[in-house]
Design a protein around this ligand. Structure first.
Ligand SMILES: C[S@@+](CC[C@H](N)C(=O)[O-])C[C@H]1O[C@@H](n2cnc3c(N)ncnc32)[C@H](O)[C@@H]1O
Length: 284
C-alpha cells in the first residue's frame, strides 16, 4: 500500500488500471452508479436477510451502498489488496463493518463453499480476465439454487477503432474482447443452470475534456495523494488523465446492461414457445 510518505514504487507510465485504482483509491462505481444499485435491489429483491457476494469489489462502492440501501450482508472480494484495504475503511466509515466484509481473493478460484450466497454481483470485472469461463463457473457454483447472478457488463454497440481496443487492452491488462449485448447474453447463458429473467440497457452520458480534468482534480485532492512529492503527483495526474480520456472515448462506442439470471435446478426441457417484449398493436 502506498502511504503518504512512501515513494511510488515502479514506473507509473505502464501501471495497469487495476493496480492504479488501488494506488489512488478511486471509489470505482458500477456503470450507472447508485441508480444501478437501486434498480438491482428492487428487481433482484435484495433485503435485510440476503447474503450477497461481489466479485471485483474494488474500493467497496457497490458492496457498501447495496448494504446501506437494503441491510443485506455482503462479502466483497478483489484481487488487489490495496483496494480491499480501502473498501474496509469505506465500510467502517459507514459503521457497517459487521455486515460488509472484504477479502483478497481471485474470482477465478474462490475459497467459498458451493451454494452459499443468495446473489452474486459481477460488474466490470469479467472483462479483466482472459479466462472468463473460469470466473463464470465460480459465480454459478457459489450462488444458491433460486438465487440471482447480477451482471452489469459494458457492451459494444459499435466496433471501436483498433487503437482504442489496443489501448484499453493494455489498460486492463488483458486483451479486450469487443462483446456485443448478444455476446454477453450468450456468455452468461452458457452456464447450464443460469436463466436470464431481467435485463435493462443504457448508454453513457459522455463528458467533455473539462469534466475529465475536474474529476482528476478531485481525485488528486485526496489526502494521501496531496501529501506526495510534486514529481510523483504529476506522474499520477498524467496517468489518471490518460485513463479517464481513454475510457471516455471507449464508452462512446458502448452501453451497459443490467442482467439478472436465476440459478435453476436444471433445464430439463427446452422451451418451445419463447417470447420477447413487443409494442402493442392498434387492435390489442
Ligand atoms: C473496473 S474495477 C470494477 C469495480 C466494480 N466492480 C465496478 O463495477 O465498478 C475492476 C476490479 O476487478 C478487480 N479484479 C481484476 N481481476 C480480478 C480477479 N481475477 N479476481 C477478483 N478481482 C479482480 C480489480 O482489482 C478491480 O478492482
Amino acid at each position: 500500500m502506498v502511504e503518504a510518505s512512501a515513494p511510488v514504487i515502479g514506473p507509473l507510465s505502464d501501471m495497469d488500471y487495476s493496480r492504479f485504482v488501488g494506488l489512488v483509491r478511486e471509489r470505482n462505481r458500477p456503470s450507472g452508479g447508485v441508480r444501478t444499485v437501486q434498480e438491482v435491489m428492487v428487481q433482484a429483491r435484495i433485503g435485510p436477510g440476503s447474503r450477497v457476494l461481489e466479485i471485483g469489489s474494488n474500493t467497496g462502492f457497490t458492496s457498501v451502498n447495496l448494504s446501506l440501501l437494503t441491510g443485506a450482508s455482503v462479502v466483497g472480494i478483489d484481487i488487489n489488496p490495496n483496494s480491499v484495504a480501502e473498501a474496509e475503511k469505506y465500510a467502517a466509515l459507514h459503521g457497517i463493518s459487521d455486515r460488509v466484509q472484504f477479502q483478497v481473493q481471485d474470482g477465478r478460484g474462490l475459497d467459498i463453499e458451493d451454494a452459499s450466497f443468495d446473489a452474486v454481483w459481477v460488474s466490470n470485472v469479467v472483462s479483466f480476465v482472459p479466462d472468463k469461463d473460469r470466473m463464470l463457473g465460480e459465480v454459478a457454483r457459489v450462488v444458491k439454487v433460486g438465487g440471482t447472478v447480477i451482471a452489469v457488463p459494458i457492451y459494444y454497440r459499435q466496433q471501436p477503432p483498433t487503437d482504442i481496443v489496443d489501448k484499453v487492452s493494455e489498460a486492463i491488462g488483458t486483451p479486450l474482447d469487443v462483446m456485443s449485448k448478444g455476446d454477453w447474453r450468450a456468455f452468461y447463458e452458457k452456464a447450464p443452470d443460469l436463466e436470464l429473467y431481467y435485463e435493462s440497457d443504457f448508454v453513457y452520458d459522455l463528458i467533455e475534456d473539462q469534466g475529465v480534468e475536474k474529476y482528476c482534480d478531485t481525485l488528486m485532492a485526496k489526502e494521501h495523494l496531496a501529501a506526495l512529492d510534486p514529481n510523483t503527483q504529476t506522474q499520477i495526474r498524467d496517468r489518471m488523465g490518460y485513463f479517464m480520456r481513454l475510457f471516455n472515448e471507449n464508452l462512446s462506442y458502448a452501453g451497459f446492461s443490467i442482467m439478472l439470471l436465476q440459478k435453476r435446478l436444471a433445464r430439463d426441457e427446452v422451451e418451445l414457445f419463447t417470447s420477447h417484449s413487443a409494442p402493442l398493436l392498434a387492435r390489442d
